[in-house]
Design a protein around this ligand. Structure first.
Ligand SMILES: Nc1ncnc2c1ncn2[C@@H]1O[C@H](COP(=O)(O)OP(=O)(O)OP(=O)(O)O)[C@@H](O)[C@H]1O
Length: 898
């Protein structure tokens, strides 16, 4: 029996595979023979020996023969992939050939798990000493998707007792046209990081900057924006994990200061230092991450004259651009050197960001050497602007502390002179909490602390914020409002809703110059800083005149730079404030607000928080955490309503859609209050597996793949299933469903692109929104289709079954499953999703309620099945040896996800 031992110096034995420590010798022996350990070990063993098992050996070869059209064989992995159209069939042969001198006995042929799509039969019988055995392999399509089965051939040399195996894995890939078109366009090649470049700004030969605005920028820049680059010493200290004992003597004091700060936690005194250090750590990680996008021997092409406006550009194809890998904005620099050279370093300024390529404008120094199709080395630089403005906000805070916002205490009792509020949105009249929040914001009851509107998805936080802005505008004629969000889409949403009642002359939707104008909604053009196709900033006094400025938190830095006087803005509203890192949320505050300013925060600590890349960052903070809202409060505990309103009426979703997230994240406090007609409107939809239950889990045996050098996953079979659902929805006669009523959410960028590209061919699907959970935060649709992408087969084992990475993220799960009003359809691989706590729970609920569709699903994974079948083969000779501690220590690490 296989076992594992690892004697720890601290005493006691350890089984690294099962993560069990401190076992006595006897406990260890018992553990070794437990089924739990055996299964884990077999999985580990099979995973590590897959390639070895696939190899021809001892003179025996297994080759594919017959009509091999539509069949591809990978000799290294022993995988035979058979592509079939729906309801197609194909027969081919696996021919066993003994090329050696010694007779070999083929003892057994065993499919390692049941797979009705593949049937093997050897029409010669398994025979002694034969030179050839032909095994017929009949494959038949059983619905779209991928199924695969390892087939083990067990041999024995006639003259010895030694057994050996050769495994061939037959994969049946049934695809329709959509899945076929969505398949990989090139073989995936893991990118290798380029060299870490230490570049000083003056060693770069500049490119041609973006065209100057026709309309001169009137907005002044009174407050400078410094570079805020981290010091070399901080980098060295971070490399030593802030351990003062591990750094050189001259760095010891600084290292000690940081490690003391970390031990002490976030305090008002060290507030700026804490977040500055965190931002710098993030930046170091971003520098490492961006190296993966470096390109050796990239080709630069001449852009035809007709395709550029005024500046001659060259085109650089960038795989992964569409999925923001790397994220490149107009105006960024891309650095190139001539092939094989480290210098000179030329900057190409990004003038256009296309779907898969960039238009770059280089200075004459480079263009003089340019020939069409020239090969260069390319290094990307990330945009430091958001970091710089966050640093400046922290610096401003040092001069003018905002402890009353960042460490708020209970405000003095406040009077509420304005009580008679007639809401513009009449729906609010029936919601006491929303009206209370609006009234308290208008009466500035929380000052100087911020007023917090928080609550689960769909409880009307944004609606409340928008109503409060309108009321402040009406009831306080001297008010000037700044409304900010972390993303452009959320800011657009607020501006659109404001325009329902606020004259357009009073609203200014301010975009950053890097925003692609094509992404600005048409109904916002009139209130946007866009003129003749160019984004501009108005003169100071013009900007000061607007009653409401709506922009992202980062773009608010432009207002700070212009030196808008403190106190000019009377109200700052930050929606989705939990989604941004705290320093970013400070950008619209520091330098602009005083104790007289009413700050309002809205968000939900259980929805998406800030993205933190560097695991060294001490904690991932959003401004929201300062209010203790991350903890669940029972209704009895309550909050001080002078400062906080918790919204619990969900106006969005059908009760069945809400059930699981409500129980998992919100102590079942959420009440279903949506418009009954609307949330029940699809309960009788003809394609529901069970009427009156508007949730569907569509099990798809897909394959998660990558292509080119893009690390993002996609799943062609799920693309096909999603497109199928969207078509059914758009074809629906009763009720009628329009494209704008449907949203498709998927976690991987590549999948977003593949689905978008297929939906472009579907009539009526132009307005179907396809995006990541981040893009859907704050948004809702009548119907939401989720494609989870992660599938079984290849990656199931590679992921070591237990790690779902991207999907194993409760906040992303919560955002994705709470966007639908009347119908939620999940397309995914149940075998994989069942391994994740939250997805598994939702899957079981849908299955038990009759909403399940697709292949039958049992909890057993293919790998469990393989283990069972291996047991039927006589593996003792192979598995007999004890596993060394070293081999155990090499158990694969859980892999990082993308
Ligand atoms: N008092 C109300 N009565 C009826 N419908 C309401 C009410 N308040 C909000 N709604 C509706 O509920 C839906 C969700 O509102 P909103 O987007 O403001 O919620 P949210 O809390 O910001 O959601 P999320 O956190 O998911 O972004 C919208 O369709 C909105 O019109």
């Amino acid at each position: 029996m296989a076992g594992s031992s690892n004697n720890l110096s601290g005493g006691g034995l350890q089984c690294p595979l099962c993560s069990i420590n401190n076992l006595s010798q006897q406990q260890f022996e018992e553990h070794k023979s437990s089924p739990q350990h055996r299964v884990k070990w077999l999985k580990h063993w099979y995973q590590n020996n897959k390639i070895l098992l696939a190899q021809n050996k001892n003179g025996v070869e297994i080759i594919t023969k017959g009509n091999l059209d539509g069949i591809s064989t990978n000799h290294q992995t022993g995988q035979v992939v058979v592509y079939l159209p729906p309801s197609g069939q194909k027969v081919f042969q696996l021919v066993v050939k003994n090329t050696g001198q010694e007779p070999i006995i083929l003892r057994q042929i065993e499919a390692l798990h049941s797979c009705p799509s593949v049937v093997v039969s050897d029409n010669h019988g398994v025979c002694r000493g034969e030179k050839y055995v032909r095994v017929d392999c009949n494959t038949a399509a059983r619905g779209l998707g991928v199924e695969q089965v390892p087939i083990a051939f067990q041999f024995k040399a006639e003259t010895s007792d030694e057994l050996f195996f050769i495994v061939r894995t037959v994969q049946v890939n049934v695809q329709d046209q959509v899945a076929e078109e969505s398949g990989p366009t090139s073989v995936y090649k893991r990118p290798t990081p380029g060299q870490l470049l230490f570049i000083s700004e003056d060693s770069i030969i500049p490119g041609v900057p973006l065209k100057k605005n026709q309309r001169p920028d009137g907005l002044s820049k009174k407050l400078p924006l410094n570079n805020y680059k981290y010091t070399k010493s901080l980098q060295l200290i971070a490399q030593k994990n802030f351990n003062p004992r591990k750094v050189t003597a001259e760095l010891r004091e600084e290292a000690k200061k940081i490690s003391d700060m970390m031990k002490e936690g976030l305090t008002p005194q060290k507030y700026s230092m804490w977040y500055q250090t965190m931002l710098w750590l993030e930046e170091m990680q971003m520098e490492l991450d961006i190296r993966y996008y470096s390109m050796e021997e990239a080709v630069l092409k001449q852009v035809p004259l007709r395709d550029y406006s005024s500046v001659p550009c060259v085109e650089l194809r960038v795989p992964g651009l569409a999925e923001n890998r790397p994220s490149v904005l107009k105006g960024d620099n891309v650095l190139v050197t001539h092939k094989g050279k480290k210098k000179p370093l030329y900057a190409g300024v990004v003038h256009e960001v296309k779907e898969t390529s960039l238009y770059l404008a280089f200075g004459p120094e480079f263009m003089d050497t340019f020939i069409d199709n020239i090969r260069v080395s390319v290094n990307f630089q990330f945009n430091r602007h958001p970091l710089k403005v966050s640093h400046r906000a922290l610096e401003l805070i040092q001069r003018n502390p905002l402890n009353y916002l960042t460490f708020p205490s209970a405000p003095p009792a406040a009077a509420c002179p304005i009580t008679n509020i007639v809401p513009y949105n009449r729906k609010l009249e029936n919601n006491r909490e929303q009206m209370l929040a609006v009234r308290n914001i208008v009466n500035r009851t929380s000052r100087p602390a911020p007023y917090v509107v928080f609550g689960p998805p769909g409880t009307g936080k944004t609606v409340t914020i928008v109503e409060a802005i309108k009321q402040v505008l009406k009831l306080d004629p001297n008010s000037r409002i700044l409304a900010c969000t972390p993303s452009n889409s959320a800011a657009d949403l607020i501006a659109v809703r404001l325009l329902e009642h606020v004259p357009s002359s009073q609203i200014f939707r301010m975009h950053a110059t890097s925003r692609a104008i094509s992404t600005i909604p048409d109904n916002l053009r009139d209130v946007s800083n866009v003129d003749r196709g160019i984004i501009y900033f108005p003169q100071d006094n013009k900007l000061w005149e607007y009653r409401i400025i709506v922009c992202t938190m980062v773009t608010a830095a432009r207002v700070v730079s212009a030196g808008m006087p403190t106190g000019h803005i009377t109200h700052v509203f930050l929606d989705e404030s939990g989604h941004s890192m705290e320093p970013e949320a400070l950008v619209p505050l520091s330098g602009l607000v005083s104790k007289d300013t009413q700050v309002v925060l809205a968000g939900d600590p259980h929805q998406l928080g800030p993205v933190i890349r560097n695991p060294q960052c001490f904690s991932s903070h959003s401004l929201f955490k300062n209010y203790g809202l991350d903890k669940s409060h029972s209704p009895a505990e309550g909050f001080n309503t002078q400062v906080v309103t918790k919204l619990l009426n969900n106006y969005r979703s059908h009760s069945a859609i809400l059930k699981e997230p409500n129980e998992i994240f919100y102590n079942s406090e959420l009440k279903v209050c949506g418009d009954q007609m609307l949330i029940h409107s699809l309960c009788n939809w003809e394609h529901l597996p069970r009427r009156q239950f508007p949730l569907v889990f569509h099990a798809v045996k897909g394959k998660d793949e990558r292509e080119g050098t893009s690390p993002s996953f996609f799943n062609a079979q799920e693309v096909s299933a999603v497109v199928g659902w969207v078509k059914k929805l758009l074809d629906s006669k009763s009720p009628r469903i329009a494209g704008k009523d449907v949203g498709v959410i998927t976690p991987y960028r590549r999948q977003v692109e593949k689905i978008r590209s297929q939906l472009r061919k579907v009539r009526g699907a132009e307005n179907v929104k396809v995006g990541s959970p981040e893009e859907f935060q704050g948004d809702e649709r009548l119907v939401v289709v989720i494609s989870t992408v992660r599938a079984s087969q290849d990656y199931m084992a590679d992921d070591h079954v237990f790690k779902l990475g991207f999907l194993r993220n409760p906040k992303r799960f919560n955002v994705a499953v709470t966007r639908a009003k009347a119908l939620l359809i999940i397309v995914g691989c149940p075998e994989i999703l069942s391994l994740d706590e939250h997805w598994g729970r939702l899957l079981r609920y849908i299955q038990q309620s009759g909403g399940y569709k697709g292949h039958a699903f049992t909890q057993n994974t293919d790998l469990d099945d393989i283990i069972a079948r291996f047991n039927t083969l006589d593996l003792r000779p192979v598995l007999g040896q004890d596993v060394s501690a070293r081999e155990m220590a090499e158990a694969p690490e859980w892999r990082a996800e993308h």
